[in-house]
Write a protein that binds this ligand. Structure first.
Ligand SMILES: *Cc1c(COP(=O)(O)O)cnc(C)c1O
Length: 390
């Protein structure tokens, strides 16, 4: 029996155990230790921010972002409908309400609809954006850079400026992606808006098992986030706390993996681009399927590959193909179920969602690990082609 080809497997060099050994020998296994500060510095240097604040997950980084931006229970936050639910849950942790938006061809936020929503469905009062329907304040927008693609940040930052909204970039899937044309040329995903979040979960492009990072160009946001992530402790001897904090700081044993993984990121991206191109070549000219492109004007990290399936043109359906591949030992899955159709979010507002349904119904995500072999890719493509050929 062939070994299962995983969707997005971690790629950890065994030499990493030296760092773990260091943690164990020195006793620094928890939320303090030299690897944490070293990893924070390495991430900040890589994406060109002054500093970075480590967390135990990407979700925690997003939660801290909304917290330091002062989102309240009375507020609404604009979010995408097509994304992983962890991008939205922090809105509810703050007691605020999400407003769901559609996506465009990039699978990220549709900026035309975003602009139209702000212009037609909202009004400004005392310099703040308010929703006509609810009269609630909309202080923040969360944009997600889906699968390593980047949303149209030039347009988003213009809208944010016009309507006085702060921008949180969920760059959990897009570490290493950066813009290389226009006003933000050279800027990494996560460093264009007010606050950015990364994740080092096992399926992400680099991993610390679990973990996250918050970045910003605003020193106050970073200081406040770091303080909150360490239980808001003002005095470490007398345990004085001036706020309700969280236990969100990354562990030294997580960071011990991170300091080594970040050095491999550029190599992983190179491999992912090569693998993507190989898939593309093998699947070109096959009727009814298209490997979705990554956006132009951006060096994307090519984290996740999406096969778009025109189900009228193939033998069988997307789901039949998916179950067939799973049976053949190939892990694959449809894109996420849209968040505004999930039980905890049914009662919240959504705005003209169309394209997201198309992607929900017709995308299949293919194995994209940075340790895929040439043979793996050929095997996957052959299994796809033999199943769908009419
Ligand atoms: C992975 C992911 C997160 C959450 O990251 P964790 O580290 O797993 O908490 C948030 N948003 C998106 C879009 C993600 O893919």
């Amino acid at each position: 029996m062939r070994k299962e080809i995983q969707l997005s497997a971690p790629n950890l060099n065994i030499d990493i155990v030296d760092n773990l050994k260091d943690c164990i020998e020195t006793g620094w296994v928890s939320t303090g230790g030299r690897f944490i500060t070293e990893f924070e510095k390495k991430i900040a240097d890589y994406v060109n921010t002054q500093d970075a604040v480590s967390t135990q997950s990407g979700t925690a980084a997003l939660h801290l972002a909304l917290k330091v931006l002062g989102v309240s229970q009375e507020d609404e936050v604009i979010v995408p409908a097509l994304t992983f639910i962890a991008a939205i849950n922090p809105v509810r942790y703050m007691g605020a309400s999400p407003i769901f938006m559609d996506c465009d061809e990039s699978i990220c936020l549709d900026t035309d609809k975003l602009e139209r929503f702000c212009r037609e469905e909202c009004y400004m009062e005392k310099g703040e954006l308010h929703n006509r329907k609810t009269n609630k304040r909309i202080p923040v927008l969360i944009v997600v850079h889906i699968f390593g693609n980047m949303a149209n940040m030039e347009k988003i930052m213009e809208i944010a400026k016009d309507y006085h909204i702060k921008v949180v970039e969920d760059a959990t899937e897009a570490l290493g992606s950066y813009i290389n044309t226009g006003r933000f040329s050279g800027r990494f995903a996560g460093t264009i808006g007010d606050i950015g979040a990364y994740s080092f979960n096992a399926n992400k492009i680099i991993t610390t098992g679990g973990g996250g990072m918050m970045v910003s160009h605003n020193r106050e946001y970073l200081n406040e986030a770091r303080y909150l992530s360490l239980t808001a402790k003002n005095d470490s001897l007398f345990f004085v706390h001036d706020e309700v904090g969280y236990n969100y700081r990354m562990l030294n044993i997580q960071a011990a993996l991170g300091v080594s993984q970040i050095d491999e990121l550029e190599k992983f991206i190179e491999v992912k681009i090569r693998n993507y191109n190989e898939y593309k070549e093998l699947l070109s000219n096959i009727n009814g399927i298209t490997l979705l492109p990554f956006v132009n004007g951006t060096r994307t990290n090519h984290w996740f590959y999406s096969l778009y399936i025109n189900q009228q043109k193939i033998c069988g359906s997307r789901d039949e193909l998916m179950y067939h591949l799973i049976k053949e030992g190939i892990q694959c899955r449809p894109v996420w179920k849209l968040i505004h159709t999930q039980k905890p979010y049914l009662s919240y507002q959504s705005y003209e969602i169309e394209k997201a349904y198309d992607y929900e119904n017709n995308i299949l995500n293919l194995p994209c690990s940075s340790n895929l072999t040439h043979e793996d890719i050929e095997y996957v493509c052959n299994k796809i082609i033999e199943k769908i050929r009419v």
